[in-house]
Structure formats: structure tokens, C-alpha cells
Design a binder for this molecule. Structure first.
Ligand SMILES: [Ca+2]
Length: 440
């Protein structure tokens, strides 16, 4: 009867586990579960899976800095004229008056307000010396871009600019894309668009004229770096085949790194002039103003975390799979028996945590002849029990060694009481333990 009850409980547990398995989203791109409990022939164990945090608006977590630092308008106060109408000079900037100030934070506030809020630079007073501004966005954390970077200009889009990225916290920079009204003239590059790219040239850095042209700037204010169009080269036009993209990301480090950043830098090289000649008598028409910057991405956690926390102005992954570090980039102390490695999107459909060959808990070895199975539990000899087979079964059983004397091995699957205890206590205990006994 006990055995029947055990089977029933096992059936219930299997059903529960199966229900938990259904939690995996069928669609690619989520990976929101890092591990789940499964009941197998060997008992209750953890099933580890590749996981990653949800994509989010990353502008809430960045630090912005400008170079030159005093390039923001309003100190001293200045009056600006409209680009399309030099006689319309009612744009006043005064850093000491809140309503008239245009600090950098206004590039990241919540839009939808009317009038639009924006950062604005000083005007091009020193023409013909170039009006150069670097806007650096720093996360102090590696993040993976998941959507287009979109800049919205209120001043007319610049005639020349470069978007750059860093993967090493701003020590070195690489261009992401060049933007110009005339690519050949500005950068001696042939103009291209993202549509010219193929799977083989996806990593090419191009100069585009798509976002600089046009005097009708009031209706065309955005400058993009097209992430989704690049994803689509592998995932299809509507990103319906993310499996293909993730497969590529898994196997091609360069591709993965391409979408990974710690910092972005917008190098503004020449403001909109709206005409072939710069009007030297009215340089108050030329400046940069940006109302919004969109950067969507997720913390890079090497597929070892499904959440990322922002604490003390710092992002860090909440690591699973016995890993640690801001990016889950190394094994936890005492879990360094084997070399660290990133999780994998493969195999389809849920990916692997790569935990087995990753982090071996050297200090929690199974004792008394127990064998560690898949780094998940200790398979104890019949006469021992406990997390690490450290308990003699005779000591732990109230009835002494009755079961041994009768020559019967311990019940497999575990006794109903043991299983109930597992059900009740297992969740909390298993979180801490890489190894788990075959039976209590
Ligand atoms: Ca704004």
C-alpha cells in the first residue's frame, strides 16, 4: 500500500513537474526560467536551463557625460533662431532658469509631454571651427542590445555624426555606424543602407545617408542604428525564426559581441545647416538638440541569470547555476572544480545551462562511497543517507537497522514520508545544494 501511495505521489509530482515544464515559453527569445525541479528515476533533482533577463529600457540605468563638459547651452544665456526661419529667434536657453534650461537628463525623461523636453548645445559661435560634441552613455555593465537605438533631434539631424560603442567600459571604442549627408565627402565611404547588408556582411560598419538628408526636418527627426534589421538577416523579416539567430549567436562570438556594449558614444561632428552655405551672420541657427534617446537591451548574464538588479546605481545579474560576478562570468567560490563557461541557447528549444561541465563543487564531495550524479545529487550506498551520504542509516533510523537486517534495500523511489518531506522542504534546501541524496 505504501508503495502504491508512493507511485501516486510520484505521478502527482511528475504531473506538477510537467506543468512546470509547460511554463517554458514556446516562443524563442524568453528563457525566463533558470532551473526547475524534476523527479526522475534518480529522485528529485534540478533541471538547469539557459536563462536571460527580460529586455528593458536601458536608459533608466545609464550615466551620461558630455565632452566638452560645458557644451550645454544657457551659461551664459543665449537666444537661438530657427534653422528654417532665421527671423524666428524665440528659443531661449538659460541654465539658471528651470523652464529655460536644457540639461542632458532631458534626453532620457518620459516623452509625451508638450512641449517636448530636450538637451541643447551652445550654438556654432566659433564657426568655421567644427562644433564637436561627444555624448557618452555608460552602463558600467555589459548589456546586449535587443532593439534599434533611436535618437530624436529637435534641431534638425546632424550633417555628420558617428555612433560608437565600447565593450571595455570606455577604454577602447569602435564605430557602429557613420551618418552623413554626403558619406564620400565626410568619411570617404560609399553610402550604404542596412538593406545592403547580408548575413556575410552583417558586421560591416557602414556610412548611411538615410538619416541626415532633408530639410523637412520637422517631420523626420530620428536617427537610427538598426538592430532589428540586422537580426532579421538570420531570424527572417518578422523575426519569426529567432532560433536561427540564437543558433548563430551561440556559435559566433563576433556576432554576439557586435550587439554587446558597455558604453555608447554619439559623436556629433557637424550640425544641420539646412543649406549648402552656412549663414555666418546668424550662427545662432546652428546647434544640436536631442529630445529622446532609446536604447533597449538586457543585462548580459551569460545565460546564467533571469534577472538583473539595479542597486546603488549599479546593474548586476542575479546569478544562478553556481556562477557569480556582475555578468555571471565566473564560478562561485568553492564551485571552481571545472572551468567556467557561458550557457548555451542550444539545443533547441530551451538551451542548456552548461552547469554540469561548468561548476563542480569540490568541497561538497559525496562521502562514504557516495557518487555524485550530474553534479546534482549524491547517490549513496544503502547503509548511508544524508545530503552527502554523511549519515549512517542505522543512526538515523529510530527502529535501528531493521531494514538492513531484513536484507531489504531502501525503497526506491523513496518512501512516501520521505517524498512528502522532499516536497515540503526540498525547494528551500535544493537551492543551496548541488548534490542531493537518493533517499532520506
Ligand atoms: Ca525629452
Amino acid at each position: 500500500m505504501h508503495f502504491q501511495l508512493a507511485l501516486t505521489l510520484q505521478a502527482i509530482w511528475t504531473a506538477v513537474c510537467h506543468a512546470a515544464m509547460q511554463h517554458y515559453p514556446a516562443a524563442w527569445g524568453h528563457y525566463d526560467v533558470c532551473k526547475s525541479q524534476v523527479y526522475s528515476e534518480d529522485g528529485l533533482t534540478w533541471d538547469y536551463m539557459a536563462c536571460q533577463p527580460e529586455a528593458a529600457d536601458m536608459t533608466q540605468y545609464l550615466k551620461v557625460s558630455l565632452d566638452p563638459p560645458n557644451i550645454t547651452c544657457g551659461d551664459p544665456p543665449e537666444t537661438y533662431c530657427a534653422l528654417e526661419n532665421p527671423y524666428m529667434c524665440n528659443n531661449e536657453c538659460d541654465a539658471s532658469t528651470e523652464e529655460l534650461a536644457h540639461p542632458p537628463e532631458l534626453m532620457f525623461d518620459i516623452e509625451g509631454r508638450n512641449p517636448t523636453t530636450f538637451w541643447q548645445s551652445s550654438s556654432w559661435k566659433k564657426y568655421p571651427k567644427p562644433l564637436l560634441v561627444n555624448i557618452t552613455l555608460s552602463w558600467h555593465k555589459t548589456i546586449e542590445l535587443t532593439d534599434d537605438i533611436v535618437l530624436t533631434f529637435e534641431s534638425g539631424r546632424p550633417e555628420q555624426m558617428v555612433l560608437e560603442k565600447s565593450l571595455d567600459y570606455g577604454r577602447t571604442w569602435q564605430p557602429y555606424q557613420f551618418y552623413a549627408t554626403d558619406c564620400l565627402d565626410a568619411f570617404t565611404m560609399e553610402p550604404k543602407t542596412v538593406q545592403d547588408l547580408t548575413q556575410h556582411t552583417l558586421l560591416d560598419i557602414i556610412c548611411t545617408e538615410d538619416y541626415s538628408r532633408g530639410y523637412v526636418w520637422k517631420y523626420d527627426k530620428t536617427v537610427r542604428f538598426e538592430i532589428k534589421d540586422r537580426f532579421a538577416l538570420f531570424a527572417g523579416p518578422r523575426l519569426h525564426n529567432m532560433a536561427s539567430l540564437y543558433g548563430q549567436l551561440d556559435t559566433t562570438k563576433k556576432l554576439r559581441d557586435f550587439f554587446t556594449i558597455t558604453d555608447l558614444r554619439i559623436r556629433l561632428l557637424r550640425p544641420a545647416t539646412g543649406a549648402t552655405m552656412v549663414d555666418e551672420n546668424n550662427l545662432s541657427r546652428y546647434f544640436y538638440a536631442i529630445s529622446d534617446i532609446k536604447v533597449h537591451g538586457r543585462c548580459k548574464c551569460n545565460l546564467h541569470a533571469n534577472s538583473c538588479v539595479y542597486d546603488k546605481e549599479k546593474l548586476s545579474c542575479e546569478c544562478e547555476h553556481n556562477t557569480t560576478g556582475p555578468d555571471c562570468g565566473r564560478c562561485k567560490i568553492n564551485y571552481q572544480g571545472r572551468a567556467w563557461s557561458a550557457g548555451s541557447y542550444l539545443p533547441i528549444p530551451k538551451g542548456t545551462a552548461n552547469i554540469s561541465p561548468v561548476c563542480d563543487d569540490e568541497l561538497l564531495r559525496c562521502q562514504n562511497g557516495g557518487v555524485c550524479v550530474n553534479n546534482a545529487r549524491c547517490n549513496c550506498p544503502p547503509e548511508y543517507s544524508g545530503l552527502l551520504c554523511e549519515k549512517s542509516r542505522c543512526d538515523s533510523e529510530a527502529a535501528g537497522c531493521g531494514s538492513r537486517e531484513s536484507g531489504q534495500p531502501p525503497l526506491t523511489p523513496p518512501s512516501p514520508c520521505g517524498l512528502l518531506t522532499l516536497l515540503l522542504l526540498g525547494s528551500a534546501l535544493l537551492r543551496e545544494a548541488p548534490c542531493w541524496p537518493a533517499a532520506l
